[in-house]
Write a protein that binds this ligand. Sequence first.
Ligand code: HEC
Ligand code: HEC
Length: 89
Amino acid sequence: MAFALKKRDYLLIGIAVVILAFLWQAPPESTSRVPYDDDHQRFYDIVKADGKKAAEKFCEDCHNNDAVPFPEGHPSKYRCLFCHKMDRP
Ligand code: HEC
Ligand code: HEC
């Protein structure tokens, strides 16, 4: 009986360690968020009403080499909102 309890304790500790290790490893979410400002506010409504894909169609109206250029080495521009989260729900 005592042995069985001990074994379960070790198991629980083991599970806790695995969970902690997993949380520790998860990278911090670092990609900049879509600001909630005059330029971007309307997209919050579009995302809510029609989804991310509908909103993304407009990003490159401003985010292009002429208006608001991307930082150097910016990754694939496909699906902005897959990487850039909205700043609020
Ligand atoms: C009307 C023009 C315009 C449109 C459309 C637009 N943006 Fe922007 N965006 C800007 C400008 C200007 C800035 C830089 C100033 C700022 O931070 O607001 C910017 C900055 C950003 C930033 C960086 C914020 C930071 O923390 O530095 C992200 C991310 C971004 N936009 C994502 C998007 C996405 C995704 C879309 C499409 C859903 C979009 N933008 C559509 C004008 C626009
Ligand atoms: C594959 C992921 C990914 C996709 C897709 C993506 N980005 Fe980015 N973007 C990044 C990363 C990573 C950075 C650099 C780190 C940061 O500043 O967030 C960045 C930086 C930016 C910046 C500069 C942010 C700043 O703080 O100066 C803007 C603006 C931006 N992205 C807009 C867009 C727009 C608009 C789209 C869609 C046309 C898009 N991104 C698609 C990952 C992505």
